[in-house]
Design a binder for this molecule. Structure first.
Ligand code: ADP
Ligand code: MG
Length: 295
């Protein structure tokens, strides 16, 4: 579908990132709801036309594991770049995670398995097109009301990444150690970020600094901490009857291999027993999302 950006009606704000805001908008012609992201402050507005050409790549992406792209445009005398995309009613894993932390609602291993397999399929799809996501984190994994998990905000454009990364808080705590250290990196860096994301959802706590090991680490020190601290492992909590399977422990151990060259690729992990078992199982993801949104 083609939408006229000037005719879209704002319904409400969905969120705000470092580079701009995301709004829920309605196309009056079709009544369709879309998400509109506006990147207002890139480092180099002169590059916006180039950026728009690069974003055309998104039109060629079509996968159930990637958020659909409905076009990009320049606004406000070319000073802003707008991106129209599929609206995901469940919001991001970041907002769902916040609900989980607030309510103490834990998430089953089967739900974690579904999230993992969707993200791996999305990453594998991108990798086939020579794209590294570069920013896997809970807020860039969106969830539909039927509980499908989809990737957004991937590094299709070098300019976009650099301008956003260079100007704003471009460093993410989900970044793989090799990236924090400025070493060359590959699609395997995204696997580390997936591992941290799953670990946080499983324990309702970001795994760094490790619990009890350090009382407080200043944000600026956290990155160097991630490079040197022991990698997080899955922690059983028998007092609440929570014992992780050997399958998920082994899977997480592979995602969180510190060395970026020894860590498996998304394709390799797709045949891990944890993923195969999880994909063979019926998991009611819609119910999980609904329970969290109602909580
Ligand atoms: P960040 O990913 O750093 O949070 P973004 O600007 O990419 O910043 O997104 C801001 C927030 O908007 C996200 O955390 C998410 O909750 C929400 N959001 C983004 N895109 C969509 C979408 N397509 N559907 C629903 N919510 C979205
Ligand atoms: Mg984002």
């Amino acid at each position: 579908p083609v939408f006229d950006p000037s005719k879209l009606v704002v319904v409400r704000r969905l969120g705000e990132g470092s580079g701009g805001a995301v709004e829920l908008v309605r196309d009056p012609g079709t009544g369709r709801l879309l998400a509109k992201k506006v990147i207002a402050r890139t480092a180099n507005p002169a590059m916006h036309r180039q950026l728009l050409r690069e974003l055309e790549f998104l039109d060629a992406c079509s996968s159930p594991y990637i958020v659909d792209h409905y076009g990009s445009f320049l606004a406000d005398h070319d000073s802003q770049v707008g991106i129209l995309m599929e609206y995901c009613e469940g919001g991001s894993l970041d907002s769902l995670l916040r609900r989980m932390k607030e309510t103490g609602m834990r998430c089953s291993e089967h739900v974690l398995g579904r999230i993992a397999s969707s993200v791996l399929r999305g990453l594998d799809y991108l990798h086939e097109r020579r794209i590294i996501h570069r920013d896997i984190k809970p807020s860039n994994i969106l969830v539909t009301k039927s509980g499908q998990c989809k990737l957004c905000d991937f590094g299709v454009s070098g300019e976009l990444i650099d301008s956003v990364a260079g100007t704003f808080t471009g460093t993410s705590y989900y970044m793989a150690p090799e990236r924090i250290q400025g070493k060359p990196y590959s699609i395997r860096a995204d696997v580390w970020s997936l591992g941290l994301t799953l670990h946080e959802i499983a324990h309702l706590r970001f795994p760094f600094p490790p619990e009890g090991e350090s009382e407080y680490v200043a944000p600026i020190e956290l990155l160097s901490y991630i490079v040197t601290a022991l990698v997080p492992v899955m922690i059983d909590d028998e007092s609440i009857g929570r014992v992780w399977s050997e399958g998920i422990k082994s899977f997480m151990g592979l995602c969180l291999i510190r060395s970026g060259t020894e860590r498996p690729s998304p394709r390799e992990l797709l045949s891990h027993p944890f993923i195969l078992t999880s994909e063979a199982k019926k998991v009611n993801m819609a119910k999980w999302v609904a329970a969290l949104l109602d909580a």
